[in-house]
Design a protein around this ligand. Structure first.
Ligand code: PEP
Length: 254
């Protein structure tokens, strides 16, 4: 069975003390994850070290970076490289979140470089894709997402692409409280899997975990995660409350 993943994306939220408390609360819940389940906390860079310390001994819990720079090293003041993350024992990195694409002008081409840096440094990229409301209204979402995948991922070898997680996040559902329907979610996830399978073979398409993101909460997680091609979720707002996130973890397929 594919890896089932509950990934928290804290974005630019929480003080150090709040972060510490939240991580402790989730750890103290003593959730017994199954072999195929993974819990990931994408925390601000500053908190990666403490996150690693607090969750490091919990089975199947991992800290993740929310971003990395596309160059290997050098005079890029304020940036963080994939190699630095690797040297801190970080094993996952979000790539191409819609907020990065929109506010920091990250193009599909830049994201393809970030994917390369991650893979060179044994970081599993969680590649985010998804359409705006305008694109959905024009019924262009499948072609749009396919282009995102093609432009940022299809230079990878078959072996490389299996070391990657995809998160489908329709922009109109992020932080809006408006969740996509299970029909819309399953349809897009199946499409993403078929795009990968057509390029790399069904064996590869079947191996890749595809997460859904967009207003996932404790009350809708189970229904969303139960869709055939949904392998968990990338969770923003609801991951900032321990009890909500604990329930979301518990909603993962076994
Ligand atoms: C996200 O930031 O990736 C996200 C899905 O946010 P939210 O859960 O708040 O919609």
């Amino acid at each position: 069975m594919r890896k089932q993943i509950a990934a928290a994306n804290w974005k630019m939220n929480l003080s150090f003390q709040q972060a510490d408390q939240l991580l402790n609360s989730v750890v103290d819940a003593g959730i017994a994850t199954k072999e195929n389940q993974q819990v990931i906390f994408a925390v601000p860079f500053l908190y990666l070290s403490i996150a690693n310390q607090l969750i490091g001994t919990v089975k199947n819990f991992n800290a993740a970076s929310q971003n990395c720079y596309q160059k290997k090293e050098g005079a890029f003041t304020g940036e963080i490289s994939a190699a630095m993350l690797h040297s801190m024992n970080i094993s996952y990195c979000l790539v191409g979140h819609s907020e990065r694409r929109e506010y920091f002008n990250e193009s599909n081409e830049i994201l393809s470089e970030k994917i390369d840096r991650c893979l060179e440094n044994d970081l599993t990229p969680i590649f985010c894709c998804g359409e705006s409301l305008t694109i959905r209204a024009a019924d262009q979402q499948k072609t749009f997402v396919e282009t995102q995948l093609r432009d940022s991922l299809f230079h990878l070898s078959k072996e490389q692409i299996t070391n990657l997680v995809i998160a489908y996040e329709p922009i109109w559902a992020i932080g809006t409280g408006k969740t996509a329907t299970t029909i819309q979610v399953q349809e897009m996830h199946a499409h993403i899997r078929s795009v990968i399978s057509n390029q790399y073979g069904t064996d590869t398409g079947d191996k890749i975990s595809i997460l859904y993101g967009g207003s996932v909460k404790a009350s809708n997680a189970k229904e969303l995660f139960n869709c055939d091609d949904v392998d968990g979720g990338l969770v923003g707002g609801a991951s900032l409350q321990a009890e909500e996130f604990i329930q979301i973890i518990k909603a993962l397929k076994c």
